[in-house]
Design a binder for this molecule. Structure first.
Ligand code: KG4
Ligand code: ZN
Length: 359
């Protein structure tokens, strides 16, 4: 029997208010019927970062409109849906509560099951929106709040191989952007001006590059960028610093990805080609994509990068995670509370804070 599933996804974990309708017929590739994302860049730009209370207020103001637009664009109505998927963490609690509560209300009103989705699971499964991809695969998740290497073994089954011990990579890009006088969020703008600079001009540190497996650290690099900005006296020097920063990131990611690839293969076939997925907002960066693709050739992995619209925060990835959870009967009840911290691999050690010792 043919079975077509239709889901509404809702995402409000940070500064994007998003809703999307995704369908899947049997086991075919899903179809994204609508994908509405409203960014709050203007609201937060003047503060140089996300202000939680402002973000929550903007979500409240926009969410009804965004959900209605997603439904209208898709050509479906509420009664066509099989479930509602809302991001429930990790993220800013005041923001998460907006999308989660709206999701609960719609689910209760329309008598549909509710799925409380881990935002990181959304990113982790996002390649499946456009690719037939088999488990297990290696994932590098790089966003504004997270930077981690994970083995994605199946739905809900994640093994963390490494993570950042301080700043997330997107955060490092954003802070570098701010130091270079670029508007928030700076990632894309740093990439743009880096094209005009000399990537070997500044010698910047590569924290923990030769230790701690595939764990990452960017705080020392950020401090070094701050030091170098004091010496900048021309636009050209600014471009050189952006290019040197991005080049240093690429050197770090190359080294750490090679380690992660070896760890991934430890209990798997040496000859088989596995997917290597780079997801999250920073995965939009072309120089990172090129550098990661070249490693894949040498290490027998197939590189997979979600389209730009599915790299940054979006609700299609949340609806898609909901569809997969629906198929495994993993619905949630209305008492589910939003979580600010929600690691995909609960057994992974917490790597932040003072007193951290790395071998
Ligand atoms: O996944 P995302 O939209 O939100 C979080 O879950 O955090 O990621 C946003 C991050 C921001 O830090 C932004 O500056 C960064 O992704 N980003 C980029 C690029 N495009 C977005 N970083 C580097 N290069 C880019 N082209
Ligand atoms: Zn995200």
């Amino acid at each position: 029997m043919k079975r077509k599933l239709a889901f509404l996804g809702i995402e409000t974990s940070c500064d994007e208010t998003a809703a999307s309708i995704v369908t899947q017929e049997n086991n075919e590739l899903p179809k994204v019927l609508s994908n509405v994302v409203s960014s709050q860049m203007e609201e937060h730009g003047k503060f140089g970062g996300v202000v939680p209370e402002l973000a929550a207020r903007a979500h409240v103001e926009k969410i009804d409109f965004i959900i209605n637009k997603a439904l209208k664009d898709s050509g479906l109505v509420l009664k066509d849906l099989d479930g509602i998927a809302s991001t429930a963490g990790p993220g800013l609690i005041v923001c998460l509560n907006v999308g989660l509560n709206v999701g609960k209300s719609i689910a209760a009103f329309s008598k549909k099951p509710l799925f409380a989705i881990n935002h990181l699971e959304g990113h982790a499964l996002s390649p499946g929106l456009e690719n037939k991809i088999n488990f297990p695969y290696l994932l590098l998740l790089i966003s504004g709040g997270h930077s981690q290497y994970l083995i994605v073994k199946g739905l809900g089954k994640y093994k963390q191989l490494g993570t950042t011990i301080d700043d997330a990579l997107g955060e490092a890009f954003d802070k570098t952007g701010k130091m270079l006088g670029l508007d928030y969020p700076g990632g894309e703008k740093v990439e743009k001006i880096a094209k005009k600079g000399d990537k070997n001009f500044f010698k910047l540190p590569k924290p923990i590059i030769n230790k701690a497996g595939c764990n990452l650290s960017f705080a020392g690099l950020k401090t070094a960028v701050l030091r170098e900005t004091k010496k900048i006296n021309s636009e050209k020097m600014k471009y050189n610093l952006a290019a040197s920063f991005q080049n240093t990131i690429n050197i770090i990611l190359r080294k750490k990805t090679l380690i992660a690839m070896d760890l991934f293969r430890k209990n798997l076939s040496l000859n088989k080609k596995y997917p290597f997925v780079v997801a999250g907002g920073v995965a939009a960066n072309k120089s990172i994509r090129e550098s990661m693709s070249s490693i894949c050739k040498d290490k027998n992995f197939t590189p997979i990068f979600p389209s730009l619209k599915f790299c940054g925060d979006n609700a299609a990835m949340i609806a898609w995670a909901g569809i997969q959870r629906f198929k495994k009967n993993k619905k949630n009840d209305y008492s589910f509370s939003a979580k600010s911290r929600w690691p995909l691999d609960k057994s992974a050690p917490y790597m932040k804070g003072p007193g951290l010792k790395l071998d």
